[in-house]
Structures are given as structure tokens and as C-alpha cells.
Design a protein around this ligand. Structure first.
Ligand SMILES: *Cc1c(COP(=O)(O)O)cnc(C)c1O
Length: 394
């Protein structure tokens, strides 16, 4: 039985899967079982923030797992408390943190906090959450309903929880607010929806408005967080102070972890929320190592150099291949090329893999780049060389 046959027989087929079998990773290079190398511009969908086989991360994990991997949240967990302090300090916001295991779960926590806030802070019960079209917030029944893409709300899984509505633009959010609205949930750069950043002034204005209305501003930083945009949080880059922020993807460097942080530390009390695995020794030790690696990259100025270098390369491509790409989109190390149509997008993705380059797709015909934050200039050069080769015939 081949690996592909085994996968098809025993794994529920929920992904349009590629069957390249990767067996080794070094930095931003992956090797398949035949020894062919691939430059990784996807980093496991923004997860391998410090690349593959990072010495500092792997030795921190190995040391920890030889000792305690997991106890329960009924006991205090030292690396969990340390990681929470580190995240709060880096963010600059006076917040408390709850650790979960994924982005969807972090957003579930955010919605629970908002619901309880809406239940306890006002005379009438407020429960409605406004999100945006082209957003993505996760795959649980609630977060799929929070996702502003109709294709996700298939009748197969209905009925969905009430209280979510979607607006076309930030401007439309103002009109949608009513006296049952408790929160607005957005990504500052819509990732899955097409690597589309919002304008800073527009976001700051919304933040001020929500504050005067005592409506919570929830920023989903599952993809934008942990230095992806060049700052620790995209909220730092946009210079706003959200009520609630969610994190996941890049935080554990590949170890599953999610986090919801809020300045409303008093809302949840004992028994309101929980998670068996959330914030255990393994994931929070990984998170601490990831933040050590990335903060020194940030402080040395290397991160800034890398993201300017990467964005220059993307700009050169748009200028050179106008017949394929409409424009470049994104921020920091979260970049995309808007293909002129879906066929071009599909061809680019297919050819890249053939040429030994892993890129991602995203909504609105976007070819997406989410390299690891530690990617080297050499790997960037080699990746774009392969990209040009892949698209040269199109
Ligand atoms: C990936 C993603 C999620 C979902 O994260 P999971 O870990 O897959 O549950 C939620 N929000 C955003 C913005 C994401 O990019």
C-alpha cells in the first residue's frame, strides 16, 4: 500500500491534499523522500515561525518533554505563567490570557468573553457580533458562523448559533451596530480572504467609535500575530488598543497553541471556561523559545531588513508580470499576488511545487506567501528564482 493509498483509505478526505512526502526540514528548506528540495514560502500556513529544525526551539522542547509534558490546569504551570507575562509585556497592553490549542478555540474564547460581557454589563442582553466579508475565524460551528464567507455556512451543518452578521466594509459596520451589538470581530489583514490589509486611519477611527459605545473590539491575530507584520502584533502596528486579541498559528513554532487575551480580566470567573490541553508544559515551553528567537530578530533590526527585502521581490514581480498579476497585497511577511483569474492562480500554484517552491492560495485569486519569520536572504533569493521559473511559461 502506498502512502497515498493509506491516506485515502484511513484519513477522512477533508483536504484537497498534495502527496509530496516531506521527510526533513532545515530552516526554510524542506526535503521530500527522494531528496528533492523545496523552498518553503508557506511555513505550514504561518505556523513554522522559526523555520524547520530550529536548534533553540527543538532543544527547549526536548529538555521539557524529558521532564513533564503535561499536568492539568488545576495546577499552576510555570512556563504558562511565564509565557503569559512575556506576551503581555511584548504587546504593551495590560491584559490577562487564557491558553487554548488553536485559532478557532482562541476565537471561541473571545466570543464567550464578549457574550458574558454583553450579559452582565448592560441592562438589556447584548450578544450580537459583527464581522466582515472575506474574513476567516475558524472551523468550529460558532467560528464558521463568525466567518464572513457564505460558502462556509453550508446547510449541512445548520442550525448555526445566532448573533453573527457580516458587513462589506468598515464603513458599513457603523450602520450595522444596534443596541444588541456586543462586539466587532476583525482581522487587521484578512489572511485566508486574500491577504488584504485595512487602512490604519479607518481602523483607528473604528476603535475610537467602539470605545465610546462600550462595544468590544476583538482583533483576530491568529495569522497576523507574533511578528508576522513586522511588529509583535498587528494591533501594535495599527496603534490601537483592542479589548480582546486572539493568537495561535506562529506562537508555538509548530506546537499547537492558541491564546485569547483581554483587558477585561474580571469577566471570566472560575468555571466559565477551560481546556484540558490548553497552555500545557509542551506548548508554552515552545512558545517561550519562539518568542526568545523572534524578539532578538526584531531587536537586532534583522526582521525589518528581511521584510523589506521580501516585499521588494514581490513588487518586482508585479511590475514584471502584469499579464498575470493585478497587484501585490499584504504587509510584513504576509504577502500576496492577486492573480488576474482563478486559472492563473491554480497554474502558478501547481508550477511552483514542480519547481520546488511551496506557496499558498488565498481568497480573491491570491497567491500567498507566508514564509517563516527567520527566513534568510539566500532562501528568499532562491525561492523567487524558482517562482519566476514556475511562471515564465504562463
Ligand atoms: C487560521 C486562522 C484561524 C483558525 O485557526 P485554527 O488553528 O485552524 O483553528 C482563525 N483566524 C484566522 C485569522 C486564521 O488565519
Amino acid at each position: 500500500m502506498t502512502l497515498e493509498e493509506q491516506d485515502k483509505q484511513y484519513i477522512l478526505q477533508t483536504y484537497a491534499r498534495d502527496y509530496t512526502n516531506f521527510v526533513k526540514g532545515v530552516g526554510s528548506t524542506l526535503y521530500d523522500e527522494k531528496g528533492k528540495d523545496y523552498i518553503d514560502f508557506a511555513s505550514g500556513i504561518g505556523v513554522n515561525s522559526v523555520g524547520h529544525g530550529n536548534d533553540i526551539l527543538t532543544s527547549a522542547i526536548c529538555e521539557q518533554v524529558k521532564n513533564i509534558i503535561h499536568i492539568s490546569n488545576l495546577q499552576v504551570i510555570e512556563p504558562q505563567a511565564k509565557l503569559a507575562q512575556k506576551i503581555v509585556e511584548l504587546s504593551g497592553y495590560d491584559m490577562g490570557i487564557f491558553f487554548a490549542n488553536s485559532g478557532a478555540e482562541a476565537n471561541e474564547g473571545a466570543i464567550k468573553i464578549a457574550r458574558k460581557y454583553g450579559e452582565t454589563k448592560f441592562n438589556n442582553k447584548r450578544y450580537k457580533v459583527i464581522t466582515l466579508e472575506h474574513s476567516f475565524h475558524g472551523r468550529t460551528i460558532t467560528t464558521v458562523k463568525a466567518t464572513g464567507q457564505e460558502s462556509f455556512h453550508t446547510p449541512h451543518f445548520s442550525p448555526y448559533p445566532d448573533g453573527f452578521s457580516y458587513e462589506k466594509s468598515i464603513e458599513d459596520v457603523y450602520k450595522a451596530i444596534d443596541d444588541e451589538t456586543v462586539a466587532v470581530l476583525i482581522e487587521l489583514v484578512q489572511g485566508e480572504g486574500g491577504v488584504q490589509p485595512f487602512e490604519k486611519g479607518e481602523i483607528q477611527k473604528l476603535a475610537r467609535h467602539l470605545k465610546t459605545k462600550e462595544i468590544l473590539f476583538i482583533v483576530d491575530e491568529v495569522q497576523t500575530g507574533v511578528y508576522r507584520t513586522g511588529e509583535f502584533l498587528a494591533s501594535n502596528l495599527y496603534e490601537i488598543e483592542p479589548d480582546i486579541i486572539t493568537l495561535a498559528k506562529g506562537l508555538g513554532g509548530g506546537v499547537p497553541i492558541g491564546a485569547v487575551m483581554t483587558k477585561h480580566k474580571e469577566i471570566l470567573s472560575v468555571g466559565d471556561h477551560g481546556s484540558t490541553f490548553g497552555g500545557n508544559y509542551l506548548s508554552t515551553t515552545a512558545g517561550l523559545a519562539v518568542l526568545d528567537i523572534l524578539t532578538s530578530l526584531y531587536e537586532s533590526g534583522t526582521l525589518d531588513e528581511v521584510l523589506i527585502y521580501f516585499s521588494q521581490k514581490v513588487k518586482e514581480l508585479v511590475d514584471k508580470y502584469t499579464h498575470l498579476f493585478e497587484k501585490e497585497v499584504g504587509l510584513g511577511l504576509m504577502r500576496g499576488l492577486r492573480a488576474r483569474n482563478t486559472e492563473i492562480q491554480a497554474e502558478v500554484l501547481k508550477n511552483c511545487l514542480k519547481e520546488g517552491l511551496i506557496v499558498l492560495k488565498a481568497g480573491r485569486n491570491t497567491v500567498r506567501f507566508l514564509p517563516s519569520i527567520t527566513i534568510s536572504k539566500n532562501e528568499i533569493d532562491e525561492g523567487f528564482k524558482r517562482f519566476e521559473k514556475a511562471i515564465s511559461a504562463l
